[in-house]
Design a protein around this ligand. Structure first.
Ligand code: AGP
Length: 608
């Protein structure tokens, strides 16, 4: 995933573009560049490395002009080098393009363009767009862009400038998010709202097929048939403070510590204690449609997939519906029979993950009703689903997903409660779940107080090369999630495994070097997990246990005990995950890793 920005107005574009790129750097950060137009010419400055490297170069040698485009990259085609950084230009340097997405037929287009005399300077798919636009007939830039895009297969969110048409930016969207920021006599382009919030709250989310034209005093949007469209102007609901580091050293720690508030925000206005159910206005599911649901399929990736595994336990228990949880990418590789009564849940923090989006589209095409469990308002998955639940957890900037995970579990519980109460779940049980949900924010606050102990554990084990995370039942997905957190920000190898499965092979790994993290809240499988701990201890393994506060019989069985408050067993993952998030964070910090921009990763993977 990459970040694109654009500006046209009366102010100098350079600083505005740089600030926007900084806000989008979590989307990709291996190289960055801007093009700034000044009259009938534009200048390009682009460098490998972070946005700061570009900012330092521009501080030494600024680019003057009141319109421009910019890009921060997560490389897909071509190494992360200065040459491959965006913006890309055509042969004559008269067209500049920044692009988020993948041009799938780039090779064929490049070959045809080269045969007609175009000369390429990079290995990227994006450069093909610049030459296509150069070659396209048309009297205006928007006409040429539309003609060029008609030949493209793939996904794009692009912003284009032409030296022949000063103070104009043409924007197009197909499969990669792009929005317009509507200011006072100035207009912005961005991949997401965080890049424009400092200037305006008013945004227009473009639809697939839209082409927008921005000039210094107006903008308009055309659909794929070049008909001018009136697109709704939305207001960004959160404040700048939500995307500022504040007193925290990293966004990941800020977002871990925000979870009492973000879970409260996910619950806000949705718990009906008297009726022992949830109010979910965006489901667009009638009582009749609800009665017709015979099974649920969850499609997701990464952390969201782990939340889906937790959700399966919760929905099966409360709503008595069978649930299958699929890796979104794998779901699409099977020709599953369409089963009437299937409700598909697409879980995605960003709402832009290509694998999940395509899996949701496949489910829809097979006749399933689809709901999005999404954090980013206006994202593609949210817009294409039949209904859904917004997490309202605020922007998640840290590449490692944390607050979204707990809010996803809470949202899935609300859905399970709503479904369950229409399918025989008792009033008393519904009221109990509602009360337990309401207590979660204060329980999370208590779990966060474990941080000093967790930091000590991290310091004790920072040199280990591999960790095993074990859990049973609803705690098994928490073990998977704890392992993923560790891998993606500390680069330590870790594996999540069902605790009982450990003795069917992985136990061979246990030795005095292998820390084993057990997710062991006091629930109905607790005693069995104790046996697994003994199996590890008997082989010299180091045991770190996440368990429930209060009396426990772990005695000398464990080397480190991290105790979280008691809650309903189904909700324990919201609490047991907290020390594991902190453990991954502190291990990464001790190891000097770039916590918010881990190598090779990007916040949302908008390529398949
Ligand atoms: C989680 O920490 C990772 N960054 C990654 O696995 C992420 O959960 C996955 O890419 C799915 O993203 P989404 O929730 O935005 O769809």
């Amino acid at each position: 995933m990459c970040g694109i920005v654009g500006y046209v107005g009366a102010r100098q574009a350079g600083p505005i573009l740089l600030e926007g790129l900084r806000r989008l750097e979590y989307r990709g950060y291996d190289s960055a560049g801007i093009a700034v137009q000044n009259g009938h010419a534009f200048a390009v400055r682009k460098l490998a490395g972070r946005v700061n490297v570009l900012a330092e170069a521009l501080a030494r040698l600024p680019l003057a002009g009141t319109s421009g485009i910019g890009h921060t990259r997560w490389a897909t085609h071509g190494a992360p080098t200065e040459r491959n950084a965006h913006p890309h230009v055509d042969c004559r340097g008269r067209v500049a393009v920044v692009h988020n997405g993948i041009i799938e037929n780039a090779d064929a287009l490049r070959a045809a363009l080269e045969r007609s005399g175009h000369r390429f300077g990079t290995e990227t798919d994006t450069e093909v767009l610049a030459h296509l636009i150069e070659a396209a007939p048309g009297t205006t830039l928007e006409e040429r862009v539309a003609t060029a895009l008609a030949e493209v297969v793939g996904t794009y969110g692009i912003a284009v400038m032409s030296a022949d048409e000063p103070a104009k930016i043409v924007v197009a969207r197909h499969g990669s998010p792009v929005l317009l920021g509507i200011g006072e006599d100035e207009f912005f382009v961005a991949s997401d709202a965080s890049a424009v919030l400092a200037h305006t709250r008013s945004v227009v989310y473009l639809d697939d097929g839209d082409i927008a034209v921005l000039t210094a005093d107006r903008y308009h949007v055309m659909d794929a048939q070049a008909h001018v469209q009136v697109r709704e102007v939305s207001d960004i609901a959160w404040d700048l403070e939500a995307i500022e580091l504040g007193r925290y050293p990293h966004f990941m720690l800020k977002e871990i510590c925000e979870q009492p508030e973000t879970v409260k925000s996910t619950l806000r206005g949705r718990l009906l204690f008297e009726e022992g159910t949830a109010r979910l206005n965006g489901l667009n599911l009638s009582v009749e449609a609800c009665a017709g649901i015979s099974r649920i399929v969850i499609v997701a990736c990464g952390t969201s997939w782990h939340a889906g595994l937790v959700g399966r336990h919760i929905i099966e228990e409360l709503a008595r519906l069978p649930v299958t949880v699929e890796y979104a990418s794998e779901y699409r590789s099977r020709r599953q029979p369409a089963i009437p009564g299937t409700l598909t849940l697409a879980i995605s923090q960003s709402g832009e993950t290509a694998d999940t989006l395509e899996a949701m589209r496949a489910a829809k095409a097979s006749g399933s009703r689809v709901l999005g469990i999404v954090n980013v308002v206006g994202s593609t998955i949210a817009r294409e689903a039949d209904g859904g639940i917004y997490l309202h957890a605020g922007p998640e900037i840290g590449v490692a997903s944390t607050k979204a995970f707990t809010s996803q579990i809470v949202a899935l519980t609300l859905l399970a409660l709503w479904l369950g109460r229409q399918r025989g779940l008792s009033l008393e049980m519904g009221q109990e779940i509602a009360c337990q949900l309401a207590r979660l924010p204060s329980h999370i606050t208590r779990a966060l107080a474990l941080e000093p102990r967790v930091r000590a554990v991290a310091e004790a084990y920072a040199g280990r090369g591999s960790f095993l995370y074990l859990g049973r039942g609803v705690s098994f997905p928490v073990a998977l999630e704890g392992a993923l957190k560790l891998k993606e920000i500390s680069y330590i190898h870790a594996e999540g495994y069902p605790a009982a499965e450990m003795k069917h092979g992985p136990i061979a790994l246990i030795d005095t070097d292998m820390p084993v993290v057990f997710v062991a809240p006091r629930d109905d499988v607790y005693r069995k997990v104790l046996s697994n701990m003994q199996e590890v201890k008997a082989r010299g393994g180091h045991v770190i246990a996440v368990t429930t506060e209060g009396r426990d019989d772990l005695g000398t069985l464990v080397d480190h005990r991290l105790s979280v408050p008691a809650t309903a067993p189904l909700l324990s993952p919201v609490l047991t995950t907290i020390p594991l998030q902190l453990l991954a964070y502190h291990l990464a910090v001790v190891r000097g890793c770039d916590v918010d921009r881990p190598r090779n990763l990007a916040k949302s993977v908008t390529v398949e």
